[in-house]
Design a protein around this ligand. Structure first.
Ligand code: ARG
Length: 251
């Protein structure tokens, strides 16, 4: 009898010990946080002339780090790896990332900080003028993005997936694609360096749904989520977000 109790005790203690090891430390207690991004998405994130990540998101997350008294290290990686990096390689992701129900199953999102919409880049003079015209077309997208999900659902369309939207844009210029779908602000940035060759289409003919950008943290890390949300609402209230919008996005 006594032996059984001891065995039971030892067993339950080891289960406790195991679950304690498995429980991740909340990022709220960390002094240094790693922030994942994919710096292929101007004006939200890009590599500047001196080789450093910059853009609206980078400035925003640095301001959040300052509010929280945490050092921020930016880790640039493929967009498609960002979600799975959270909780292991990164503490937080900021990447012009749209809140979706599917992603919510793996991560927790902060309050949104920007409203976006998709845009269709076409060669000037293209016959594509509405969503229906996308049927059966060869469409370039960045892998794992909402543009990828939208394109994959278009009847008869062939989706060409790239690690970077800019590579899709180059294939569009080379005549290998009919169009590229990407979020509006990056689309406008990409098109701006090819005026007369490319244009970005959006609006009611396409009827894309609005998307909300938010930061993502490890699922269940309520304490860190609250810290980041509190910092974000302070930055909204004190005009920092407006200032950064003006500086990087200009609308
Ligand atoms: N908003 C889109 C999404 O969430 C595209 C984001 C791409 N961001 C980037 N940094 N490459 O899927």
């Amino acid at each position: 009898m006594k032996k059984k109790i001891i065995v039971a005790l030892v067993l339950s203690l080891s289960v406790l010990a195991l679950s304690a090891c498995g429980a991740k430390q909340s990022a709220s207690a960390k002094k240094d946080i790693i922030v994942g991004t994919n710096a292929e998405f101007p004006p939200f994130e890009y590599i500047d002339d001196s080789g450093n990540p910059d853009g609206f998101d980078i400035a925003l997350v640095k301001a959040i780090g300052e509010k929280l008294g945490k050092n921020v290290t930016i880790q640039n990686m493929e967009f498609d790896s960002l979600i799975s990096s959270i909780g292991t390689k990164t503490d937080l992701v900021i990447a012009g990332m749209t809140v979706t129900d599917e992603r919510k199953q793996s991560v927790d999102f902060t309050e949104p900080y920007y409203t976006a919409v998709q845009s269709v880049i076409v060669p000037v003079g293209s016959a594509i003028a509405s969503f229906d015209d996308l049927k059966g077309k060869k469409i370039g997208v960045q892998m794992g993005t909402t543009a990828d999900f939208i394109s994959s659902d278009i009847e008869g369309a062939e989706t060409a997936r790239y690690n970077k939207s800019i590579d899709a844009v180059n294939d569009l210029l080379n005549g290998r694609l009919d169009c590229v779908i990407v979020d509006k602000n990056p689309a406008e940035t990409f098109v701006a360096s090819h005026t007369g060759e490319l244009e970005a289409l959006e609006g009611s003919n396409f009827d894309f749904e609005d998307e909300s950008y938010a930061m993502a943290v490890a699922k269940g890390d309520a304490e860190f989520l609250k810290q980041v949300n509190d910092a974000l609402s302070e930055l909204k209230a004190d005009g920092t977000i407006d200032k950064l919008t003006e500086e990087y996005i200009g609308d």
